[in-house]
Design a protein around this ligand. Structure first.
Ligand code: SF4
Ligand code: SF4
Length: 103
């Protein structure tokens, strides 16, 4: 299992979660490549230890266990995974496609 960052992070991206994550699996954090242009942050599912710290830290309830992701946000499980498996551009494209699908 792993935790997932979902839609409310888009445009918020205040990085509180990255500050508290004990294993630094939330990226791109401040100072890292792509942080400025990234629309949101992403959790690396291969590194997350399910500690729950990011849930309390997030001011907009964007972080959650993948078991708790509601159906309408299900795509964010794949978005978080894709960001780390296929890279920044691939993850961000999925976010853009998600937003476009809502319009
Ligand atoms: S659950 Fe814990 S380890 Fe996983 S992303 Fe959140 S703070 Fe990091
Ligand atoms: S604390 Fe919430 S809004 Fe801020 S970067 Fe993390 S997931 Fe996004």
């Amino acid at each position: 299992m792993a935790y997932v960052i979902t839609e409310p992070c888009i445009g918020t991206k205040d990085t509180s979660c990255a500050d508290v994550c004990p294993v630094d699996c939330i990226h791109p954090a401040p100072g890292e490549e792509h942080h400025q242009q990234s629309t949101m942050l992403y959790i690396d599912p291969s590194e997350c230890i399910d500690c729950d710290a990011c849930v309390e830290a997030c001011p907009v309830d964007a972080t959650m266990s993948e078991d708790d992701v509601p159906a309408e946000l299900e795509i964010f499980r794949e978005i978080n995974r894709t960001y780390f498996e296929s890279g920044h551009d691939a993850g961000e494209k999925m976010v853009a496609d998600f937003l476009a699908s809502k319009n």
